[in-house]
Design a protein around this ligand. Structure first.
Ligand SMILES: *[C@@H]1O[C@H](CO)[C@@H](O)[C@H](O)[C@H]1NC(C)=O
Ligand SMILES: *[C@@H]1O[C@H](CO)[C@@H](O)[C@H](O)[C@H]1NC(C)=O
Length: 806
């Protein structure tokens, strides 16, 4: 815009005077002065230094320049130095028009804590606009009879600059008829007029051409010219006269097109063409095409849009001319009144998003700025949040609000908030606007995993397969991603002194617990262990749960026969007296089962018998009794095969064979070896017979010695037991329940019968045994007696037992 070199230099010198900052600082406000049209990047001042903030602080607190409302960002702050620099060319004329003082208002915003500094930049005018006439040519018609000294108003030149840079004077081309007169009227407008110095003579000069130059007071000076074309007319005596020296009107900014603002009127005393008034409109102060003036009626109408925010008043030159061109001028001042036509605008200046869910109530999460273009109460804005969200607005500085949390946040409940800010101005009617934005909540590892159950119970039957699933635990953690990812592990512990991990393993991410070793109900029946669930947060959170395992019994133990003893191939035979009556107790099978409950309920049955009608066994007690009296015709030898069966699923059983001999005397047994007709035992029997023969010979020798002794001591009584049998009287197994480790203890009461050969001196003794001490040879073996009694008269009864497992 600047014309020549000298001007540039002058402006530069001028700037220097102003750049050295004129800082006015009041209540944190700061102001600078700067001339318009400075280059981009020109330093206005060091705002950091002026506010006493160092560069680091400016960076940390996100220092920024916030220009009001929608206006362009003319200035910015260099974060590395804290300089306030020009960011955009500032044209004072575009910014402030004719206003004598042009101030650019900005705000320096600092966050954490929010701090606001008003920054005003006073923009100084430079003479960058020349005076301009509205038209290139001014046409005038002046009657030839016009008296000397008559004055003719001229439309002045317009200069966009202000003060000294505006129009200061006019220079008229030297001529013989006119001189120039100008005076300063109100509003600093230079009004100029031509004064007739020498009468015109139409016959001499029909036209006069003049050059009018307007000059401003700037340095360098600028000028504008207009040509004045005067047509010399015949006489016309009276000029039109406006009814008022100036007109004033006001109009609301929202006035529709064609609204009549005011009607101007001028009267002319002349008659006919000389008295016909035509109205005209000079150029409007800054913007044209807003008002029209009807040339006939004098009505001023709205033809363009008027906006208080753009232009709050207009000053218009109006003219009234009569038919022959005599004109007079007046001024029309139109004030525009503000109407609440601008809704508040809401700007989100800063927002923390997402917000960590553990922020305390009252934490600032955003800064909101509201702005209303209107003036006075129309620009007073109230701001609020309507929804039921844990956020509120706290009025901060001027039109700034802090968005703060009002409550604790919990991402597990609400992850996203939609916040709508409502701004209402105080106009009538009020205008509102809203702004909606999303706020999300970021996760914090604040929930430990929670097991689905408070304690777990698992049932497993013994002898379970290795690698089979015992049970599974589950836990929920509502946190996000790794903060909610759960891993399971076994807590250290021991079962009967053995680490849990050697019995069980857990799959970390599924919680499935597997068995590494199979369990034995007979060892322990229940145990507990702990499982830990831990999330993957940092630091991780965890919780524990107890799992109780109950081992259930399986029928894995076959009944064991304690009596008759199963070991060896001994020939134990029960002797049944011939005189036995029906129901007499003959023997008893004693068996135990390692299992428990039903699996250990034993039942006894005779599955094979030499004479099925003679003996019976009690199903539950295992007592063998005669069914009827023994008769002479009955066989002497009887074999009973007894099956002992438990009640498990499937049942397990064992059999044993009981040899019975109906006899009162062992000597009645014809062929002892026949007692054992088991093929498997035939060889053994053979050896036994050989042994028996040998022993019998020894016994014979022994008896001979005894007889010899007897002869010597005739007076001594003879005491020989020739037979003995121990018959169990009752069998009472008992378990100590609960500790799972108890050993089976059984108490046995045995009724032992010792029978003499004469059957007259039977007596009985009762003994108690522990199973651990129960000897396998509880009953006397045949061989023992064979040794003792050989073939003597009172030969012992022989019992033979043989048990078989199948
Ligand atoms: C998990 O929580 C921590 C704080 O405890 C947080 O820093 C992290 O971002 C969270 N992770 C995710 C994936 O949200
Ligand atoms: C879980 O048990 C372990 C071992 O007894 C213990 O160290 C830990 O503190 C427990 N954790 C919780 C959350 O109770």
């Amino acid at each position: 815009m600047m014309g020549y070199k000298g001007g540039l230099l002058a402006v530069f010198v001028l700037n220097f005077a102003f750049i050295f900052p004129t800082i006015y600082s009041a209540h944190g406000d700061i102001s600078y002065t700067m001339t318009e049209e400075m280059k981009r990047g020109t330093v206005i001042g060091n705002i950091g230094k002026d506010l006493g903030l160092n560069v680091n602080e400016l960076t940390a607190r996100k220092a920024r320049i916030d220009t009001k409302g929608t206006s362009k960002p003319y200035c910015e702050i260099t974060v590395n130095k804290g300089d306030l620099i020009i960011a955009e060319r500032i044209d004072r004329e575009a910014l402030c028009g004719k206003k004598p003082s042009c101030v650019l208002k900005m705000e320096l915003v600092l966050e954490a804590p929010l701090e606001l500094h008003r920054v005003s930049l006073h923009v100084q005018d430079i003479n960058d606009n020349p005076p301009l006439f509205q038209n290139d040519i001014i046409k005038m018609e002046i009657g030839e009879s016009t008296a000397k000294g008559a004055r003719f108003s001229l439309d002045g030149a317009h200069d966009a600059d202000i003060g000294d840079n505006a129009v200061q004077g006019y220079v008229l081309q030297t001529n013989e008829h006119f001189i120039l007169n100008f005076e300063t009227k109100s509003g600093a407008r230079k009004h100029c007029e031509l004064i007739l110095e020498k009468e015109l003579d139409r016959e001499n000069h029909q036209h006069i051409d003049l050059l009018l130059t307007a000059v401003d007071g700037g340095s360098p000076q600028r000028s504008g010219t207009v040509a004045i074309h005067v047509t010399v007319l015949d006489a016309n005596d009276n000029t039109p006269v406006f009814s008022q020296a100036s007109y004033k009107a006001s109009i609301p900014e929202n006035a529709p097109l064609d609204t009549i603002v005011v009607v101007v009127r001028a009267s002319d005393a002349d008659e006919g063409v000389n008295g016909e008034v035509t109205y005209g409109l000079d150029h409007i102060s800054d913007s044209g095409n807003v008002f029209s003036l009807d040339s006939k009626s004098g009505e001023v109408r709205v033809i363009g849009s008027i906006d208080y925010e753009e232009e709050s008043s207009y000053e218009i030159q109006i003219s009234a001319k009569d038919g022959l061109g005599l004109a007079s001028y007046s001024t029309l001042m139109i004030d525009v009144t503000d109407v609440n036509d601008n809704a508040p605008e809401i700007y989100l200046k800063s927002l923390t998003n997402p917000i960590a869910e553990d922020v305390l109530p009252g934490t600032e999460v955003g800064i909101i700025n509201v702005h209303d273009e209107d003036s006075d109460s129309n620009r007073q804005v109230r701001c609020s949040i309507e929804q039921n969200v844990p956020f509120k607005l706290i009025p901060s500085i001027k039109n700034y609000y802090s968005l703060v949390t009002t409550d604790k946040l919990d991402r597990e409940q609400v992850t996203n908030y939609t916040v709508t800010v409502l701004a209402t101005d105080e106009g009538s009617p009020p205008m509102t606007s809203t702004k909606t934005f999303q706020l999300s909540v970021a996760d914090v590892n604040d929930n430990p995993p929670v097991f689905a159950e408070q304690a777990y119970k698992a049932y497993v039957s013994e002898n379970n397969k290795r690698g089979s699933t015992l049970c599974s635990v589950t836990a929920q953690d509502p946190d996000w991603r790794q903060n909610g990812t759960v891993f399971f592990s076994l807590l250290p512990g021991a079962i009967n002194g053995v680490p849990v991990s050697s019995f069980l393993s857990i799959i970390g991410d599924t919680g499935v617990i597997q068995v590494v070793k199979s369990f034995d109900y007979e060892q322990f029946r229940s145990f507990t262990f702990g499982v830990n669930a831990r999330d993957n947060g940092s630091p991780p959170l965890s919780s524990n749960v107890t799992v109780s395992v109950f081992i259930t019994d399986r029928n894995d133990n076959t009944p064991q026969i304690l009596y008759p003893a199963s070991e060896g191939n001994s020939f134990l035979t029960e002797l049944v007296p011939k005189s036995s009556h029906g129901g007499a107790l003959v023997s008893k099978v004693i068996a135990v089962d390692g299992d428990s409950g039903q699996n250990a309920w034993l039942s006894y049955q005779i599955i094979k018998s030499t004479d099925p009608g003679l003996f019976k066994i009690d199903l539950h007690s295992g007592e063998i009794r005669t069914q009827r009296d023994i008769s002479e015709t009955d066989n002497m030898k009887h074999n009973l095969i007894v099956a002992v069966t438990d009640n498990g699923q499937p049942t397990l059983s064992i059999t044993c064979t009981i040899y019975l001999l109906i006899s009162d005397n062992l000597s009645e047994v014809p062929e002892l070896k026949d007692l054992s007709y088991d093929d498997n035992n035939s060889q053994l029997t053979f050896y036994l017979i050989i042994a028996l023969v040998l022993v019998s010979m020894l016994l014979l020798t022994f008896i001979i010695i005894i007889l010899g002794v007897r002869f010597c001591h005739k007076t001594k009584p003879r005491m020989i037991f020739d037979g003995a049998v121990a018959i169990p009287g009752a069998y009472l197994p008992s378990y100590a329940e609960g500790d799972g480790t108890e050993t089976m203890r059984s108490a046995y009461n045995y009724d032992g019968y010792l029978t003499t050969g004469s059957r007259t001196s039977d007596f009985k003794f009762v003994t108690s045994y522990n199973d651990a001490t129960l000897p396998a040879d509880l009953t006397l073996r045949k061989t023992d007696f064979g040794d003792m009694f050989g073939d003597s008269e009172g030969s012992p009864e022989v019992r033979q037992f043989h048990c078989t497992n199948f």
